[in-house]
Design a protein around this ligand. Structure first.
Ligand code: SF4
Length: 433
């Protein structure tokens, strides 16, 4: 779970959780700054695990100690699900629900916003797309909310029904971001594959194709996490035909046992996940998969867990996000017969170890190969298939060709070959070079 990112400014943001929160945090900070707000700290919370909520409360206390006079506004999924737990904290000035957080008006006014449940949210999504501070890649929120009801998940009650941004608004954002010099755009949302279902005339695959057609200068388009059973035909075609669509897909698999998938109320079975990966690998041989897996879901037996562990190889996964099951109050899974905490921990440990082996297997395929890397801050960059590559001393936002020689565990490294493409020192990127 990512630690809060803080920026020392008139308006500070501590952002927890997913990329969608990161994009919204940036939009809220800019809206509050544009409204001339001063000495304001926004805490954008996450509700995916109990640990995320605990860290947000801990951060709020620390910020109050460090900034006794600041106004502290708490928003985000944990605040939407249980506003009381934050409004009761003496450190907190105001709690703002998810329904209002992207409204510029909410940041111009000092008055509490009228209470509105996110479950009543309707209409197209609009989150201003600006590059996130010191990020080389631009995250573009195209969808929010979720109409599914996985039994372990609290997100639909924090984000409301699925809503999409109109395609023309997204294309305008893409043009603006490429004009600003962004070389990679990452499409993000809560349930990305439900993009367009509320708009009627377009799905995720169609959007991907439209973006790549409208932005010939965009070097890379990447998708954040998707639901494997809802990939549409155009998306398959885009992976087969569009070299600028990054050959990397993070799948929300959660488990590899059909009984557990049923009890999770997931819409796919084990065979569907294996087939999707095989089909995409056939269409795009260089594609690399990551996945979310939950360890210790209630009622999970040893045999069921082994089915999940074997999925890593059966799907050819390279990147794993492992979540020890964390009961979320208000979800059906929280009432199911739990697996002993020690066993949950042990199984999560085994999956993480298997994840390291899978990553090493992926890195081994890179040794001796030349990969094109988009450099970021902090001495690392990403290849198109999301391989993490060491780029010590290289300025951010460059496309470098690197001959890979070593596997350093979490990343690989090698020699920079002449001929890479330097950063395009224009717009927002001038400051980064
Ligand atoms: S698809 Fe399931 S896991 Fe994902 S946000 Fe919706 S309910 Fe949660």
């Amino acid at each position: 779970m990512s630690q809060p990112r803080e920026m020392v400014r008139a308006v500070e943001v501590a952002s927890f959780g997913c990329r969608l929160n990161l994009v919204e945090s940036e939009a809220m900070r800019r809206a509050a700054e544009c409204a001339g707000r001063e000495n304001l700290v926004i805490v954008n919370t996450c509700a995916v695990t109990g640990e995320a909520v605990r860290q947000a409360r801990q951060t709020i206390r620390r910020i109050r100690r460090e900034r006794p006079s600041a106004e502290i506004v708490v928003t985000g999924c944990a605040a939407e699900i249980d506003p009381w737990q934050f409004s009761q904290m003496p450190e907190v000035s105001r709690v703002l629900g998810n329904a209002h957080k992207s409204d510029a008006a909410a940041w111009a006014s000092l008055q509490p916003a009228p209470p509105q449940s996110i479950m009543d949210a309707a209409g197209p999504l609009h989150i201003p797309a600006e590059g996130v501070e010191d990020h080389t890649r631009a995250f573009l929120a195209v969808q929010t909310g979720c109409d599914h009801r996985c039994t372990f998940c609290i997100i639909p009650f924090a984000r409301g029904p699925s809503r999409s941004s109109p395609a023309e608004a997204i294309l305008a954002s893409v043009r603006r971001l490429t004009d600003q010099g962004f070389r990679e755009i990452v499409l993000t949302g809560v349930d990305l594959t439900s993009y367009g279902q509320d708009l009627g005339d377009i799905r995720l695959g169609g959007l991907v194709k439209a973006i790549l057609k409208a932005a010939p200068d965009l070097e890379r388009l990447r998708l954040s996490s998707i639901d494997c059973i809802e990939a549409d035909a155009d998306l398959f075609a885009a992976f087969a035909e569009e070299p600028r669509l990054a050959p990397h897909l993070h799948l929300s698999l959660q488990a590899g046992d059909d009984m557990i998938l049923k009890r999770m109320k997931r819409r796919h079975l084990r065979a569907d996940a294996v087939r999707l990966c095989a089909d995409l690998k056939r269409l795009r041989p260089d594609i690399v998969f990551g996945a979310d897996l939950i360890a210790g879901f209630p009622t999970e037996t040893d045999a069921m867990f082994e089915n999940t562990a074997r999925l890593i190889e059966d799907c050819g996964l390279a990147y794993l996000h492992v979540f020890p099951f964390s009961p979320r109050p208000g979800t059906p899974a929280a009432k199911m017969p739990a697996v002993a905490p020690a066993l949950v921990k042990q199984r999560a440990g085994r999956l993480r170890l298997a994840g390291e082996t899978a990553l090493a297997r992926h890195h081994a395929t890179k040794i001796g190969a030349t990969v094109r890397v988009l450099t970021e801050r902090g001495g690392f960059g990403r290849a198109a298939d999301f391989t993490l590559v060491k780029t010590e001393g290289a300025a951010p936002a460059q496309m470098l060709d690197i001959r890979i020689a070593r596997d350093d565990g979490k990343s690989v490294s090698g020699a920079v070959l002449p001929g890479g493409r330097p950063a395009r020192a224009e717009g927002a990127f001038a400051a980064l070079v």
